[in-house]
Design a protein around this ligand. Structure first.
Ligand SMILES: *[C@@H]1O[C@H](CO)[C@@H](O)[C@H](O)[C@H]1NC(C)=O
Ligand SMILES: *[C@@H]1O[C@H](CO)[C@@H](O)[C@H](O)[C@H]1NC(C)=O
Ligand SMILES: *[C@@H]1O[C@H](CO)[C@@H](O)[C@H](O)[C@H]1NC(C)=O
Ligand SMILES: *[C@@H]1O[C@H](CO)[C@@H](O)[C@H](O)[C@H]1NC(C)=O
Ligand SMILES: *[C@@H]1O[C@H](CO)[C@@H](O)[C@H](O)[C@H]1NC(C)=O
Ligand SMILES: *[C@@H]1O[C@H](CO)[C@@H](O)[C@H](O)[C@H]1NC(C)=O
Length: 511
């Protein structure tokens, strides 16, 4: 550009005025050079010198460009600006709308600034490569205009902060690569909760600075998200929960655990010498004695409605189920099991013959998977748990109940319950009650209450006799208690009922 200007200026000059002319042209050149300060604006697209234009592809890779060329044709679909020196992507990098632009490649540029309006004129982008640059933070709403973006490459930058709203609006995003940055917080909001990106199947936060993971939340995610959740090469702190998480993923053959098995490492906690790095998969035996992971079976009770999920590694697969005994579940046949629209299997009501090994076949265009779910049906209903209990279990429950009863009795005794009727409630029995009631979903069931009362009547008389040392020959429940009176007794009975119900539901119902 400078040369061209110089020549044009030089043409009109006579030989005698060479010196003045030279000075003038140098001045002109300088002022032009000032106007074209790198980064302020690019030069117009030159499809012969700086870029290669192949119909709708514009490739300007490795041309020492300091700014995006201007006057890009509106039909551009691919714009390759990788390996240049574009350090800032301003709002005005393109003045015209590039409505056809789908791929924008800006890797290896030393980019350290992204305008919040940088993508307003390129809203149709589907693939954005910002990898190997010098980005430090991702501001809120930075990618918001990119509603069609499917792949975003941000690896090998200096990103340490990701605003929780940075990816708001990028609702088509399927793959997000954040590897090799300085991220220290796992961006759970991208995969869980309401803010999650619905279509995200790959999130790579490997080789960052993450020390702690939200293990329970990650384990609860569907397998098709976990399959593409890469977090190896982070300075994680060892723990059996971490081991259990990865061991499960490995057994499920999830890609993230399988492909990088040896890259999952962690630092042993305190008693070990500082900075002892070990493989997560070695935790089970060598370092922390984490118990070996075992897949748990599904458990159910008679007459319950049960839903089995077919937690496939891939999304959007069509699923068919085989019941134990290779009975195909299909609509139309009179079966207690049916396949829900989302592919889960619903069994209602559960019968004891429903126990066994269920098979889910999942197929899609590219993949197929077979999953097994083992179901164990207990031979009693969830509510009427006591009916078919064997003697050993009854004894166990009886013992627990009497223990609880004694505790309550001791606690209530100093209180003359007529004068302070609320104290007992606030104290021990209620805390026992509330700590256990949280796991009991069936308390409001009147049938259950009746059922429990029946049991209580039995345990109550027996235990009062045993624990109080007072023999009640008739086993007469209604006889007024000298110490507590009817009211206290009534309450005590109810609390026992509740405690027993808690024991019932809190204890795994294993026969
Ligand atoms: C870019 O700059 C480097 C070093 O300054 C030089 O060697 C290379 O030839 C330049 N490339 C182009 C296409 O001008
Ligand atoms: C693990 O268990 C073995 C034997 O069972 C024992 O020798 C070892 O000290 C235990 N290691 C830890 C870290 O508890
Ligand atoms: C389906 O089977 C159940 C018992 O197996 C029976 O009570 C019910 O009437 C049947 N329904 C139809 C539509 O055949
Ligand atoms: C379920 O059945 C499949 C195929 O028959 C078998 O490979 C698998 O081991 C069974 N699972 C269990 C827990 O029995
Ligand atoms: C499932 O995939 C395996 C290998 O990937 C292939 O051999 C098999 O034929 C496939 N089955 C179906 C039903 O597509
Ligand atoms: C379940 O209990 C009933 C009686 O309560 C019994 O007849 C039946 O055989 C039991 N079924 C199983 C699978 O244990």
């Amino acid at each position: 550009m400078l040369q061209t200007l110089h020549q044009t200026a030089g043409v009109g000059c006579g030989m005698s005025e060479t010196l003045a002319c030279l000075r003038w042209s140098v001045l002109l050149g300088l002022s032009v050079a000032l106007l074209w300060i790198p980064g302020a604006a690019g030069s117009a697209l030159n499809c012969h010198k700086t870029c290669i234009c192949a119909s709708n592809i514009v490739s300007c890779s490795k041309m020492n460009l300091t700014a995006v060329p201007t006057e890009l044709p509106p039909y551009t679909v691919v714009l390759d600006l990788s390996y240049n020196e574009i350090t800032r992507l301003r709002a005005e990098w393109t003045h015209d709308k590039l409505d056809k632009l789908q791929n924008l490649l800006l890797s290896h540029n030393g980019l350290h600034f992204l305008s919040s309006e940088a993508f307003l004129n390129a809203k149709q982008l589907r693939y954005l490569d910002l990898s190997s640059n010098k980005l430090r933070l991702l501001d809120e709403y930075i990618f918001e205009p990119l509603a069609h973006l499917e792949v975003l490459l941000l690896y090998n930058n200096h990103i340490s902060q990701i605003d929780r709203l940075a990816f708001t609006g990028v609702n088509s995003l399927q793959k997000l690569y954040l590897s090799q940055n300085l991220v220290s917080r796992f961006p759970l909001e991208l995969v869980a909760d309401k803010s999650r990106l619905e279509k995200l199947i790959l999130l790579d936060v490997s080789s960052n600075r993450i020390k702690a993971l939200p293990v329970a939340e990650l384990q609860a995610l569907p397998a098709w998200i976990k399959n593409g959740l890469y977090f190896h090469n982070n300075p994680l702190v060892c723990g059996c929960d971490l081991y259990s998480l990865l061991a499960h993923w490995y057994i499920r053959k999830l890609n993230s655990a399988r492909d990088f098995r040896d890259d999952y490492q962690c630092y042993l906690p305190a008693p070990a010498p500082a900075k002892t790095l070990v493989g997560v998969f070695e935790l089970s035996s060598d370092y922390m004695n984490c118990s070996t992971f075992k897949q748990t079976d599904e458990e159910a009770f008679l007459e319950q409605t049960l839903t089995l999920s077919c937690d496939t590694k891939h999304k959007d697969m069509s699923k068919t189920w085989l019941m134990p005994g290779n009975v195909v579940v299909s609509a139309g046949i009179n079966q207690t099991a049916r396949v829900l629209p989302d592919g889960r299997l619903q069994i209602s009501p559960v019968r004891s013959e429903d126990s066994g090994n269920y098979t889910c076949f999942a197929v899609s265009e590219a993949h197929n998977e077979t999953l097994y779910v083992v179901l164990k049906v207990h031979n009693f209903t969830m509510n009427a748990g006591g009916d078919s209990l064997n003697t050993a279990y009854t004894t166990l429950v009886g013992c627990l109940a009497s223990a609880v009863l004694v505790l309550i009795y001791l606690y209530l005794t100093p209180c003359r319950c007529f004068c302070c009727p609320d104290r007992g409630k606030k104290g021990g029995d209620d805390s026992i009650h509330s700590s256990m009631i949280s796991v009991t979903p069936t308390h409001d069931d009147p049938a259950l209450k009746a059922e429990l009362d029946r049991h209580v009547a039995f345990i109550d008389s027996k235990d009062l006799r045993g624990q109080n040392g007072k023999l009640n020959p008739n086993g007469d429940e209604e006889e007024p208690d000298e110490e507590a009176g009817m009211l206290g007794k009534g309450r005590r009975r109810r609390s026992v009922a509740e405690s027993i119900s808690s024991v019932f539901s809190d204890t795994p119902m294993v026969v």
